[in-house]
Design a binder for this molecule. Structure first.
Ligand code: MRU
Length: 376
């Protein structure tokens, strides 16, 4: 289960036996238990996104696309404004489930643009299904292309050093965070598959430990050498020359290249700059927010339950447990993401190539994103 190759498995898909059921891998249980879940309603999809049964920018974008297909199914017998109202409410429910990853609202809006105003209920369902499948398929092909473009960066280091290339990442921007392949991990898988010796520093990524649980599991399944570190060790490794390259994912990237990603990313970027280590973000174009050129000011940062900080989640004796790790009575705040300013980003690896983290360079690859600032 590696997420590479044409037959790579997916994190979200329509049940081929039951067109009323969207199937997802339950990421709250991984890597200790593998389970798939059936999702049949918009409310259930929104809850799965909020509770992080599905998580990661591309994966929740695709899940929201399928969520809108479920909304069209729910509205199949409604006509005119009743149908439109149902779809718009469903879109609002899905968009409210997690605020930072722009892929989610991008997918909802893509569906709404086409579905609102369609008179025939069955036609609406068929169109919603096509769009949902396109969103998922495009995510797969974009991530595969990102892998090939990012591979050049790893090849370049290897050609220069002839030594194992040490890549650091953060959180999980692997195939679990997308429909398949992943973004930050895609170049790593491509390098490993091409026979380049590559080793990955995996940050555990408190509080939910997506690095320790998901990235470590993915890399292990693919046979990629990796070592788990506590988040606080990243700067130390950089100071001691143990990191060649940093590749992270993104949940929202402004048109001038400010990168919102899992909390802790910014500190890695600062340490990378201090040590002259190139820091790249890998993302599909669905992660660009063309309406903003001020990441710090504009990007909504999710705040999650403080209990994720005061308590750890662990598996013990076959059960998931949540032991308290903080002093009794101590309060906590739980920001899910931070923003790395474009000046700290060496480049952005996209499905159309690698560009600099600047408006002109991003627009040279994506001219269709011009004119978005101020459009919201
Ligand atoms: O909170 P999550 O797990 O949904 O966060 C997503 C992430 O894992 C990261 O921020 C990731 O690096 C970018 S999204 C693929």
């Amino acid at each position: 289960m590696t997420g590479s190759g044409e037959s790579a498995r997916r994190t979200v898909w329509l049940d081929p036996q039951d067109s009323g059921s969207v199937r997802v891998i339950d990421q709250c249980l991984l890597p200790f238990e593998y389970a798939e879940v059936s999702i049949r309603t918009v409310e259930a999809m929104a809850a799965a996104i909020q509770d992080m049964v599905v998580r990661g920018a591309g994966c929740i974008g695709a899940s929201a696309g399928y969520g809108m297909y479920l909304a069209a199914l729910e509205a199949v017998d409604l006509c005119g404004s009743d149908a439109d109202t149902h779809l718009e409410r469903a879109g609002a429910v899905l968009e409210a489930s997690r605020p930072t990853a722009v892929n989610l609202s991008w997918a909802v809006q893509r569906q709404l643009r086409e579905l609102v105003g369609l008179a025939d209920g069955d036609g609406r369902v068929a169109r919603a299904r096509e769009i949902a499948e396109s969103i998922a398929d495009e995510d797969v092909s974009s991530c595969a292309a990102i892998g090939q473009f990012g591979l050049e960066l790893i090849e370049e280091v290897y050609a220069r050093t002839s030594k194992t290339v040490n890549v650091m990442t953060h959180c999980n921007a692997g195939w679990l965070a997308f429909v398949s392949h992943g973004t930050a991990t895609a170049p790593i898988y491509a390098a490993h598959d091409a026979g380049i010796p590559v080793h990955v520093w995996v940050s555990e990524t408190r509080p939910r430990n997506q690095g320790a649980r998901l990235t470590a599991w993915e890399l292990g399944e693919h046979g990629v050498a990796h070592t788990l570190i506590v988040d606080n060790a990243a700067g130390h490794l950089m100071q001691h020359g143990k990191v060649d390259l940093i590749i992270v994912g993104s949940d929202r990237t402004t048109i001038n290249g400010d990168v919102a990603n899992k909390i802790g990313t910014y500190m890695k970027a600062v340490a990378a700059a201090d040590n002259g280590i190139p820091f790249y973000a890998a993302l599909p174009s669905s992660t660009f927010d063309p309406t903003s050129r001020d990441g710090l000011g504009d990007i909504p940062i999710e705040e999650r339950d403080p209990r994720e900080v005061t308590n750890a989640t662990a598996f013990y004796d076959g059960h998931q447990i949540e032991p308290r790790v903080a002093a009794p009575g101590t309060g906590a705040v739980n920001y899910g993401f931070d923003v790395t300013p474009s000046r700290l980003v060496a480049g952005i690896i996209t499905e159309r190539g690698i560009c600099r983290a600047s408006e002109s360079s991003i627009l040279s690859l994506y001219p269709e994103l011009a004119g978005g600032v101020g459009s919201r």
